[in-house]
Design a protein around this ligand. Sequence first.
Ligand SMILES: N[C@@H](CCC(=O)N[C@@H](CS)C(=O)NCC(=O)O)C(=O)O
Length: 222
Amino acid sequence: MAYHLYWISGSPPSWRVMLGLNLKKIRFTDTRFMTEDEEHKGEPYLALNPRGEVPTLVTPDGPIRESLAILAYLDRVKPDPPLFGRTATEAGVIWSWIMDYEHHLRPAMTVMTGITFGFREEMHEGELEASIQQGCDEMQTILRRLKLMPWLGGNQVSAADIAFYPGVQWMRRALRRLPDCPLHDVMQDPALLRWEKKIEKLPKFADTWPPHWREADAQAAE
Ligand SMILES: N[C@@H](CCC(=O)N[C@@H](CS)C(=O)NCC(=O)O)C(=O)O
């Protein structure tokens, strides 16, 4: 098989790449690293990804790292359906939404989920609340867009939707532990729910759902 993906369950950038590969109907084999085994921090993986991060996609052209770079690569390898638009305007709009997410919502979301799940400690008082407030503000901007357009980039699914979706699911996960959080209302907006349902109808979507979430939810339901 020409493509091989290294990933960790629940890793948002890994999830993006899986969504992209499936949307393009590109078949791939894969290696799932378990975080606790630290395999991604040792040789030979560091030769593929010097930062020891996932995802890395091994391709006929060599290893490609960084989720957005991998999506851009896939778009050149197989232009249909396009992930970054067909026209200059579409590319500009899609990138604007991606960079908005990367620079504004994702940092807030990383703090919020990090503190909620105990991956990191609160550095200063009120940091969790501040990240939630920023998350609400940024989500409002995205909701205004999703009320106007079916997809973030316009009329077609694009890299903007794929880049954003895993973050939404992480926020939903964190909210289970934050019962009184103001983000609950925002996250119930029909425009967002409609958009998520459309993503979840994309090819092989179910295969991309983090297996450790599936297992944890099945155990909790027993
Ligand atoms: N900017 C990178 C971020 C990659 C990243 O942060 N990966 C995390 C998982 S979400 C990772 O590999 N963490 C393992 C570690 O650094 O030990 C991308 O978009 O691919």
